[in-house]
Write a protein that binds this ligand. Structure first.
Ligand SMILES: Nc1nc2c(c(=O)[nH]1)N[C@H]1C(S)=C(S)[C@@H](COP(=O)(O)OP(=O)(O)OC[C@H]3O[C@@H](n4cnc5c(=O)[nH]c(N)nc54)[C@H](O)[C@@H]3O)O[C@H]1N2
Ligand SMILES: Nc1nc2c(c(=O)[nH]1)N[C@H]1C(S)=C(S)[C@@H](COP(=O)(O)OP(=O)(O)OC[C@H]3O[C@@H](n4cnc5c(=O)[nH]c(N)nc54)[C@H](O)[C@@H]3O)O[C@H]1N2
Ligand SMILES: [Mo]
Length: 750
């Protein structure tokens, strides 16, 4: 637990959030336009906020937007344009010298562009030329498995469904996606133990939970609307336990941006208990808490654990209990960095609560033992039957606004046989059965020359991926790279021999096709599928929707081969795509009618009713070894985090308001005592070297910042630190890169 820190007395949210939202959007858009734009976010007939995957409350206030969402929306609605003239002025090598921040600030892409082999410039082409040229490139490959089809999680269900059909029609399951870099450990971990790779709670559960554990997640910055739910929970007396190596302002104190009176005060205290776990120490911490729960049961036999649930609905409890009982407190304390007294206090909170929700995000998934982290959370929940009942359950909080939906409709490199069978039947073809490449596999395949074409449906693969240098070179080795994007980013500059940019409409924009105005559908973190309809004028008349682009590519590449899919009819009327989805994807019956209802519909999952779709129909306890959180003397365990002024690789500005860091993103956060021990001071510049299986990677000139962190731990920003993360360091079972756990050493910069 941490001492009283004066910075903690300032609340997250509040006037700062409102001011920042208004100033930024007025600066980017002008006052009238910004009010028009902000008023359409997350309305029942507006567009789904591209900011994150947190669900919308049923009754939407006129201002159900947050600072995060407002930034994302204002960024997309910028009046600036990247035109053919821009690319005539700027060579690719000159653009490469610019920062990621600068690239994205240039505005919206407007025309399809081609970089011819050997050229240092992109040149404008027509859409037909682009589709035909890409078709030539893809058909020239020796095998369909030399192509990679990446998806970032903003893509709608409709575009994603067509995209996976296109890739499989082409002949490959190489469908890496941003989920591989993100919540894959949650999907794998939950799938194995509760039979579904998703959370089981809904927003209503937050209204009745007695305790909420927020683990490895920074909602103040990344899911600001979740803070409203936490604040409401607090006000009705729920308890909040935060588990995080960094003391995050948004978890300490919060003032609701839509409650002007609260901006003036100190805001609502959020966390009742703050456990500053060591980076990577969560399994040890959770086992410590569980051990204390078992001790409580020993003191009050039959009164603490939910014996009926354990006996009737779970398996593996005894083996797990024996393992936890064997763990000594000292080992748990060393690995977690948290005192037993504090672990016992967390256990007391857990036991005192009838209904407990556990939320988590990247602090849990992006470790070598990310899957174990997720499953240890489930172990704790199972002890007292905290799953499949109102007010309780696991809640992985997703990042990209439709990352969960993309998976649901088939974006995965490891499709289930039953899904492929239905796809074959619907489209009268034979989808490939061999598993494809995930994100890490894709990088390695390009690096080693096994994959030669990369198509990106959104995202910024070059920058989001681990091992920045390796990934950039891997992309550059390709014969063909294609990026379907709204904004310029580094992935457009890591070109294959021939490279294409296909500019698309954003989520906020009106999408009119031959049959009239279209809407798309998305699924949020709580499995609610609902519609999203852009209202703003498109950034340029030449833009096409993602659906139209994917359909155009599929038609050009496949010709009459492969799936019997009416590509152009799909593109002219998205209801036809939903009709196909309703027959291929379970749970989508009557899709069109159900999604047209206000608020949409909730996808069924057995685990929500305690029907676990595991082989024996029971939820499984799993046993995990304590993590190795120690590092060699003089070294630190580095975690990479988001600042308050970015959306993934999109950098909005250089300040991190809640952490009090301004003007610089190339920083390394270290605790006061560690700074002392290495004999350096805040403000000094250091070279940071990562160590992995005898290999090293170095980034130079990071500024040291003193921050409240456990001993031996360090933090730096994503994506500035990505070059330190080795591509072959990933989670067991899910292959998520270990972005949150890199062993580093420091040296004073020359
Ligand atoms: N504004 C904004 N919103 C976003 C995004 C964005 O970039 N900007 N990104 C979106 C996406 S794709 C995602 S996935 C989510 C990400 O949302 P988060 O997961 O909240 O994002 P991160 O900054 O990666 O940080 C996770 C938190 O984990 C903590 N942490 C680090 N290491 C450990 C550890 O070993 N154990 C524990 N317990 N905690 C640890 C960090 O201190 C940090 O508070 O947000 C989504 N929303
Ligand atoms: N070190 C480190 N690395 C990480 C992480 C970390 O915590 N630490 N987190 C990982 C996580 S959780 C994720 S999800 C990934 C994110 O990886 P990605 O999803 O690949 O990256 P983004 O930065 O979200 O993508 C931004 C680009 O998307 C394009 N774009 C924006 N909106 C749209 C749209 O509507 N349509 C289309 N077609 N394009 C659009 C724009 O061109 C913009 O430049 O990064 C991962 N990388
Ligand atoms: Mo993510």
């Amino acid at each position: 637990m941490s001492r009283d820190d004066p910075a903690d007395r300032a609340a997250a949210g509040g006037l700062g959030a409102v001011a920042s939202t208004l100033v930024r959007s007025a600066r980017d858009l002008g006052v009238v336009r910004s009010l028009e734009v902000l008023s359409t976010v997350n309305q029942t007939r507006g567009f789904d906020c591209p900011g994150c995957a947190w669900p919308d409350p049923d009754v939407r206030a006129a201002t159900e937007f947050c600072e995060n969402g407002a930034k994302a929306v204002a960024h997309e609605a910028t009046p600036k344009r990247v035109t053919a003239d821009f690319f005539a002025d700027w060579s690719i090598s000159a653009l490469r010298e610019q920062s990621d921040y600068w690239l994205e600030q240039q505005g919206r892409l407007t025309e399809p562009m081609r970089r011819a082999p050997g050229s240092d410039h992109y040149e404008p082409v027509s859409w037909d030329e682009a589709f035909a040229g890409i078709a030539r490139g893809l058909r020239a490959l020796d095998s369909p498995d030399e192509a990679l089809f990446y998806t970032s999680g903003r893509t709608s269900n409709e575009a994603a469904f067509l995209y996976q059909l296109f890739a499989r029609g082409f002949g490959t399951n190489n469908l890496p996606d941003c989920s591989n870099l993100c919540h894959e450990s949650s999907g794998v971990g939950l799938g194995e133990v509760i039979g579904v790779g998703k959370g089981t709670v809904s927003l209503e559960d937050f209204e009745i939970a007695d305790a909420i554990f927020v683990i490895g997640q920074n909602p103040g910055t990344n899911h600001p609307r979740m803070l409203s739910a936490l604040q409401a929970a607090k006000r009705r007396g729920a308890r909040i336990v935060a588990i995080n190596p960094l003391r995050e302002r948004g978890l300490v104190r919060f003032a609701h941006p839509q409650e002007p009176l609260s901006w003036l005060g100190r805001g609502t205290e959020i966390a009742d208990l703050y456990l500053q776990v060591r980076v990577g120490g969560d399994v040890a911490l959770l086992q410590g808490i569980a051990k204390a729960v078992l001790e409580a049961e020993a003191r009050r036999p039959g009164r603490v654990l939910d014996h009926a649930f354990l006996a009737g609905r779970t398996t593996g409890f005894e083996a797990w209990r024996a393992h936890v009982a064997e763990q000594g407190w000292e080992g748990l304390e060393t690995a977690s960095g948290v005192d037993r007294g504090v672990m016992r206090a967390a256990a007391a909170e857990y036991v005192a609560a009838d209904r407990v929700i556990a939320c988590w995000a990247m602090g849990i998934t992006q470790h070598r033992n990310g899957v174990a982290n997720v499953q240890e959370i489930v172990n704790l929940l199972l002890l007292r039957g905290n799953i499949g009942v109102p007010g309780a359950g696991p809640c992985p909080v997703r990042g990209h606004s439709n990352v969960q939906g993309d998976r649901t409709v088939g974006i995965t490199e490891k499709p289930a046989a039953a899904f492929l069978d239905r796809l074959d039947r619907e489209f009268a073809f034979a989808a490939p059965r061999d598993a494809g490449l995930d994100a890490v596999g894709a990088i390695c395949a390009m690096r080693d020359g096994h994959a030669k074409a990369f198509v990106g449906l959104g995202g910024n693969f070059a920058v989001a991926s681990p091992d920045s240098e390796v990934t950039a070179q891997a992309l550059a080795r390709c014969d063909l790279t294609v990026q379907i994007s709204t904004k310029l980013n580094r992935s457009h500059l890591c070109c294959g021999r021939e490279a294409w940019i296909l500019p698309c409409l954003g989520r906020t924009e009106r999408d009119v096709q031959a049959s009239g105005p279209q809407f798309v559908t998305v699924e949020n973190s709580m499995s609610v599928v609902h519609r999203s309809e852009g209202r703003l004028d498109p950034a340029a008349g030449s833009l096409r929707s993602e659906v139209a682009i994917v359909a155009g590519l599929a038609e050009a590449v496949l010709g009459g081969d492969g799936p019997a899919a009416p590509w152009s009819l799909f593109a002219s009327d998205y209801a036809r795509i939903r009709d196909a989805i309703s027959r291929v994807v379970p749970g989508f019956d009557d899709y069109e009618a159900r999604v047209r209802k206000p608020g949409g519909f909730v996808l069924h999952s057995g685990a929500r009713q305690r029907r676990f779709e595991t082989p024996d129909g029971r939820a499984r306890f799993t046993v995990h070894p304590l993590p190795e959180t120690g590092v060699a003397p003089g070294r630190f365990r580095l975690t990479t985090i988001r600042s308050h002024d970015q959306f993934n690789t999109t950098i909005y500005g250089h300040d991190d308001r809640y952490r009090g860091i301004a003007g610089d993103r190339r920083v390394l956060l270290l605790g006061a005592r560690d700074l002392e021990e290495v004999g350096m001071r805040a403000g000094d510049r250091v070279d940071v070297t990562s160590h992995h299986e005898g290999e090293t990677r170095t980034l130079r000139g990071f500024r040291l910042v003193e921050y409240d962190l456990p001993r031996g731990c360090a933090a730096a920003y994503f994506p500035e630190a990505n070059a330190l993360v080795p591509v072959d360091s990933f989670a067991e079972g899910s292959r998520t890169p270990t972005y949150k756990s890199v062993e580093v050493s420091l040296a004073a910069s020359a």
